[in-house]
Design a protein. Structure first.
Length: 133
């Protein structure tokens, strides 16, 4: 029947071709223990993207204290700004879509305006790798 064929088609396409994040997940965390040690700009570097893969970052979370307004994701030729939702927040967690090509090194750059805060900076990138033929 048509109904049965449609169900099989949907089922087979979902099972036969899972999303890249299922087989190639990525999660990495970087830390700077005291923002006063690297002020006025602190940079956390993440592992270099391996050959034959494109990294897609889909979510970032960070601890950045109350004196910073956000941070910048760099390393792919552009700057992607990640602001806090409101000024008094000390953390953030947001969905993003940022791409990194093979051989590039993702970074998170913080502009430390008040080095007397001695803030611990923590960033986590979550996403997946896509194979490049």
């Amino acid at each position: 029947s048509i109904r049965r064929q449609r169900q099989m088609c949907i089922r087979d396409s979902v099972n036969a071709n899972p999303a890249p994040q299922v087989f190639n997940p990525y999660q990495a965390q970087g830390v700077i223990g005291d923002s006063a040690t690297c002020a006025p700009q602190c940079v956390i570097s993440f592992p270099t993207v391996p050959a034959g893969k494109r990294l897609v970052i889909t979510n970032v979370s960070a601890q950045l204290g109350t004196s910073m307004g956000g941070f910048v994701i760099e390393g792919n030729g552009v700057a992607f700004f990640v602001p806090k939702a409101y000024p008094t927040a000390g953390t953030l967690a947001v969905p993003v879509t940022v791409y990194f090509e093979p051989g590039s090194t993702p970074t998170a750059r913080f502009f430390v305006q008040d080095a007397t805060q001695h803030t611990s900076l923590v960033v986590t990138f979550v996403g997946y790798f896509v194979p490049i033929p």
